[in-house]
Design a protein around this ligand. Structure first.
Ligand code: 3HC
Length: 315
């Protein structure tokens, strides 16, 4: 029977159909999805922190309202993703424990600080821009609950990307000091945004990695380097529109390839940040753990309320 189930799984993948929670699946497929979806969910909720840092200091009421809505969207994305992970037989509290104890990762990008208001714009433009490039193909991921969650997440992310660009566009037409702030933010966020796509596919800095297997299973649709290149190609003309430079002397249009060439990414920095040694790793986890502990009474109250509802319905 197991062989039959696995043949069914293979057929679904080969036909580009969706795998649903009721379907039998190889244990390694389930584990890969839990790893990726959990990491993705953790990124959404840790990603609230760098932007939350600016809610009280946004330059106008309108900017404050937009930023609050955006940060709430990220919380919502985290919740859809934890729910998607739960369909694979894990519990949300177990995933949160693993985040808090460092056994599961979140995106490297959220370990960098937001020093100025322009950083909020740069996060929308570059970080959410990179996130969309990576997540649109996930709407076609072979695992149904993850793919469906991604549809709404991507719609909201495109709004976030545009609001980020609009912040920067406004700064680009401002004073010299505002333009300098914009340039400084782009200088600091450019390379970490390129690292978001994960380690390179080939070359001496490549690692064993999950890409080949994840592509065979229809979880990933493109390699890390392919998505990174698409992102660079999309973003360089936008930087020109903003009237800024990107901090890469090797960035030039390659007529033959039909793509922008770009310089070497500092992969040692990437692995250092993943190991916990980025500018804000300790602060991000400490803030998250404190928020979790402070929220214990809300979880207890919700559970008590749910019990009452069940008891009342049974009367
Ligand atoms: N940050 C942290 N870890 C990363 C990483 C990054 N930017 N990129 C890769 N890694 C880790 C992988 O998790 C893997 O670690 P492990 O083997 O110890 O588990 C290792 O580096 C090797 O990388 P691979 O490329 O082989 O790993 P994947 O096949 O999982 O690919 C990925 C990495 C492309 C990031 C993929 O997991 C993915 O598409 N994830 C979903 C998207 C996501 O998580 N986005 C998070 C940032 S965007 C966001 O949160 C939205 C924002 O608006 C708030």
């Amino acid at each position: 029977a197991l062989a039959e189930h696995m043949a069914y799984f293979d057929r679904l993948v080969a036909d580009d159909q969706r795998i649903e929670p009721r379907d039998a699946m190889p244990e390694a497929y389930r584990k890969t999805l839990i790893r990726q979806i959990a990491q993705h969910a953790h990124s959404e909720i840790i990603g609230m922190q760098p932007e939350g840092n600016w809610i009280s200091r946004a330059p106008s009421l309108r900017r404050k309202a937009i930023l609050m809505a955006k940060v709430q969207d990220e919380a919502g994305h985290g919740l859809y993703l934890y729910s998607a992970a739960e369909t694979l037989g894990v519990d949300r509290s177990e995933l949160l424990d693993k985040l808090h104890s460092g056994q599961q990762k979140y995106s490297s990008i959220f370990n960098y600080p937001t020093l100025t208001w322009a950083d909020v714009g740069a996060i929308g433009w570059l970080v959410d821009g990179a996130a969309i490039m990576n997540q649109v193909p996930l709407c076609r991921c072979s695992y149904g609950p993850y793919a469906r969650a991604m549809v709404r997440v991507c719609k909201e992310e495109s709004f976030h990307q545009r609001q980020g660009f609009e912040i920067l566009w406004t700064l680009s037409k401002g004073t010299d000091a505002q333009r300098a702030m914009l340039q400084d933010a782009a200088d600091r966020w450019w390379w970490p945004a390129l690292m978001m796509f994960g380690p390179p596919d080939s070359g001496e800095k490549a690692t064993e990695g999950h890409t080949a297997q994840s592509m065979a299973w229809g979880i990933k649709r493109f390699t890390n380097d392919d998505l990174r290149q698409k992102f660079v190609d999309m973003t360089v003309p936008q930087a020109h529109k903003l009237g800024i430079t990107l901090p890469d002397p090797d960035l030039r249009w390659n007529e033959e390839r039909g793509h922008w060439d770009f310089g070497q990414i500092d992969w040692d920095e990437f692995w250092r940040v993943l190991k916990g040694d980025g500018p804000c790793n300790a602060q991000r986890i400490a803030t998250r753990v404190a928020a979790h502990e402070d929220g214990a009474w809300v979880r207890e109250a919700a559970a008590a309320h749910a019990e009452k509802v069940v008891a009342r319905a049974a009367q």
